[in-house]
Design a protein around this ligand. Structure first.
Ligand code: SF4
Length: 230
């Protein structure tokens, strides 16, 4: 991660391990301009601690309206892939690198706009605070934006996707894979390519799960990459 102090740290309560307290404080955050155009802040959700933490880029249109992460079409695709990878959804914490929806108008629609490095850096204080509370064994970065938070702006998904990296000091391991929205954009195009990427996504999740001890009895993930089905 960028070593410079994140501006949002000025808003983060010191020494709390209460997620609700963090989320309440985050709703007052004005560390960058994104709060001005979003409907509401979308904080992460899930159990704390949690063995696996998934980090996306930012809330989408539906998440912005509902106020919860991964509840739109991308969230449905993600849930299906987690199921295919035999990952218990109730033991996964989900969040985004940036907590407010960045968008640009296109007629009556609000189109996703990629957050800048400055905005990602501004929001990093909240992500660090969440990691401190969630204490994940493995972090899965969904898309290059989330991965760049940990591996720097030089990270490329095309080169380093699906590899379990040393996660110190944030987790034991970190793995980067596709963002489910990227898969959604491929739907309706080349069917063979979509099937290939979707399978790779599931296998990446299974690989991440192989580094985790989930609570559910009978669920085994060691070596899951070789056996996961799409
Ligand atoms: S995007 Fe993050 S840093 Fe910017 S105002 Fe929202 S919570 Fe604060």
């Amino acid at each position: 991660m960028d070593e410079k102090r994140s501006p949002s740290l000025s808003y983060v309560p010191v020494g709390t391990d209460d997620l609700a307290e963090l989320a309440a404080a985050a709703r007052r955050c004005q560390a960058c301009d994104l709060y001005k155009c979003a409907t509401q802040l979308v904080f992460g959700e899930g159990p704390t601690p949690a063995p696996m933490m998934l980090i996306g880029e930012q809330p989408g249109d539906r998440e912005d309206l509902v106020g919860r992460p991964f509840v739109g079409p991308a969230g449905e695709l993600l849930d299906d892939a987690l199921d295919a990878a035999e990952i218990p959804r109730d033991q996964v914490y989900v969040t985004n690198a940036v907590k407010h929806f960045k968008w640009e108008p296109r007629g009556k629609r609000r189109l996703h706009a990629r957050p800048s490095m400055a905005e990602i850096h501004a929001c990093r204080g909240w992500l660090e605070a969440e990691i401190g509370v969630v204490r994940p064994e493995v972090i899965v970065c969904l898309g290059a934006t989330a991965a760049q938070v940990f591996f720097g702006r030089g990270f490329r998904l095309t080169r380093s996707r699906g590899v379990l990296e040393d996660g110190a000091p944030w987790a034991e391991r970190i793995l980067a894979t596709f963002h489910p929205s990227a898969l959604l954009r491929m739907k309706g195009g080349d069917e063979g390519e979509y099937t290939r990427v979707r399978r790779a996504f599931t296998l990446d999740l299974a690989e991440a799960a192989s580094a985790v001890s989930f609570r559910s009895p009978g669920v085994r993930h060691r070596g899951a990459r070789s056996s996961a089905a799409v």
